[in-house]
Design a protein around this ligand. Structure first.
Ligand SMILES: [Zn+2]
Length: 225
């Protein structure tokens, strides 16, 4: 029962973060309308259309008022957040707050990149407290490795245009937290995720942060915290 409450809490919070980040990149007010509304018809949504994951299923992925398709990104973000939080939480307030901050920072970074290819670098700071829960590291070595990886990726993206500066900043932070081996694994896993997305969508320009976030979350599962 307690874990169900944690799941609902994390998925509701993810829903809120996704809505805020969408309004932010679209330069809409974060305060008005104070309730969520349909992006197409601007109809204010009643409470039963705001239940994470379930509302999307009830409504069969379409707005109740105008039948406009609801982006599947929202229920996926809610499901991943809820599942990740329940799997990583251990009912210690400090531990769980750090995990929640980590997951929500990833959701925010992913959402702004997904909706508008924008990265708010300040949100990367939300990833750092996880160092308190991770395997102790030599942060000086990590800083040197992070700088080396960042400079190499900057040179690489100058020639190919394949990476945005936000993607490189993200990897810089990941390398500071976990070191170069974990970072290279995350890059490899993200490349596989991107390949999968490419085969599915055939889009040539895809945002990388969603794939990096997913791989980072998987890496957190694997190493435990
Ligand atoms: Zn609508």
């Amino acid at each position: 029962m307690l874990f169900l409450i944690l799941f609902i809490f994390a998925s509701c919070l993810a829903s809120f973060i996704v809505s805020c980040s969408q309004r932010l990149v679209e330069q809409k007010s974060l305060i008005t309308p104070y309730r969520s509304c349909c992006n197409n018809c601007s109809h204010i949504l009643p409470w039963w259309q705001l239940i994470p994951i379930l509302s999307f299923i009830f409504l069969q992925g379409r707005c109740f008022f105008c039948n406009h398709k609801i982006n599947i990104y929202l229920p996926i973000a809610e499901l991943i957040s809820g599942t990740a939080f329940v799997s990583l939480a251990n009912l210690d307030l400090l531990h769980d707050s750090i995990i929640l901050l980590f997951i929500m920072s990833l959701i925010f970074l992913t959402s702004t990149d997904f909706f508008a290819n924008i990265i708010y670098s300040i949100a990367l700071l939300g990833l750092l407290p996880i160092t308190f829960l991770s395997i102790p590291q030599n942060y000086f070595h990590n800083l040197i490795a992070a700088s080396t990886i960042a400079i190499s990726l900057l040179l690489f993206s100058n020639f190919t245009g394949a990476l945005g500066s936000g993607d490189i900043e993200f990897l810089f932070f990941v390398c500071i937290i976990w070191g170069w081996q974990q970072t290279l694994l995350i890059i490899q896993a993200s490349s596989l995720v991107m390949l999968f997305f490419f085969l599915y969508t055939h889009e040539k320009k895809l945002p990388l942060i969603p794939a990096l976030s997913l791989s980072t979350l998987l890496s957190l599962f694997l190493q435990g915290c």
